[in-house]
Write a protein that binds this ligand. Structure first.
Ligand SMILES: Cc1cc2nc3c(=O)[nH]c(=O)nc-3n(C[C@H](O)[C@H](O)[C@H](O)COP(=O)(O)O)c2cc1C
Length: 278
């Protein structure tokens, strides 16, 4: 899907296609009152550093150095994640002021946001009674809030080729027997050995029951396997005693969002597309 990110001068008339207007630049534009213009969000932190603004001799030098700052600076990456999340569902308009450096900033940002690769996320679940499924759905909702549409798939019948299509996955399972994996999860669990997860971001969750001696043991079993295969567990394990409380629903949603945002953050840091505006 092609992201729509437009660039406009703040005092140009707003267009019908402006769905979410973001002002860039550290200082509010001189001579313009906030009542005159529509701004949905002011992202001051996206501003290039003072050193960069003073030092760059040419546009190409500025572009290269600013892109480096966008990747390296955590506050800037936070802003870009917000832009990316918005841009999945809205036309985003970046508003700049008259100066050439402000226009250059907007153009670099526009291209940068458009070239960040969209992370592909799988939410795999094994659930006999529906409690782990409910967690999976809430986590998927959190992922969607971060602008990424995940695939939510029953572990029963899933293959490792399904996992290979994704950049990251969350694996949820209930526990049965004396701390065992349910049949629904067993096949895919056994097949995981054929995968080299080598730093692949993943996370584990599941429902159990504290009245059993081995509480949520399936979560522990899957966790150990993913670590053994080189997976990068980027969330703490999320365990629920039978069904989620309202508070746990919020936590599951938040964890899903955090998972997706961590992937966005990594995508931004890896975005080495060279953008030049000349
Ligand atoms: C036969 C049986 C054995 C179970 N053994 C365990 C166990 O060892 N540890 C645990 O934490 N929960 C155990 N449970 C509880 C389930 O894990 C719990 O009900 C959970 O909600 C099931 O997840 P699901 O709804 O996604 O299927 C067991 C449940 C059944 C019916």
């Amino acid at each position: 899907m092609e992201l729509v990110v437009q660039v406009r001068r703040i005092d140009d008339p707003a267009s019908e296609t402006d769905e979410y207007r973001v002002l860039i630049g550290r200082i509010w534009p001189e001579g313009i009152s906030s009542a005159q213009v529509h701004v949905d969000q002011w992202m001051k932190d996206l501003s290039p550093s003072e050193v960069l603004l003073q030092k760059s001799n040419s546009f190409s030098e500025f572009c290269a150095a600013y892109q480096k700052e966008l990747r390296a600076d955590e506050k800037k990456r936070r802003c870009i994640i917000q832009l990316l999340e918005k841009a999945q569902n809205h036309r985003v308009t970046l508003l700049h002021v008259e100066e050439a450096s402000s226009k250059a900033q907007a153009t670099v940002l526009q291209n940068f946001v458009k070239t960040v690769p969209l992370p592909k996320i799988l939410v795999l679940f094994a659930s006999e009674m529906g409690n782990t499924l409910a967690i999976a759905q809430e986590m998927a909702k959190g992922v969607r809030q971060a602008g990424i549409i995940p695939e939510v798939k029953d572990a029963f019948g899933a293959t490792i080729d399904d996992i290979k299509k994704f950049d990251a996955f969350l694996f949820g399972s209930g526990t049965t027997g004396d701390g065992e994996l349910p049949d629904e999860a067993q096949d895919i669990y056994d097949d995981l050995d054929e995968l080299d997860l080598k730093g692949m971001p993943c996370a584990v969750f599941g429902a159990g029951d504290t009245s059993y001696e081995l509480y949520c043991e399936a979560v522990n079993t899957i966790h150990s396997k993913l670590v053994e295969l080189g997976g990068d567990l980027i969330l703490p394990d999320f365990k629920v005693d039978f069904s989620m409380s309202e508070e746990e629903e919020k936590q599951a949603l938040q964890l899903g969002k955090q998972f997706a945002e961590t992937l966005w953050d990594r995508s931004i840091q890896k975005n080495t597309q060279q953008i030049s505006i000349r």
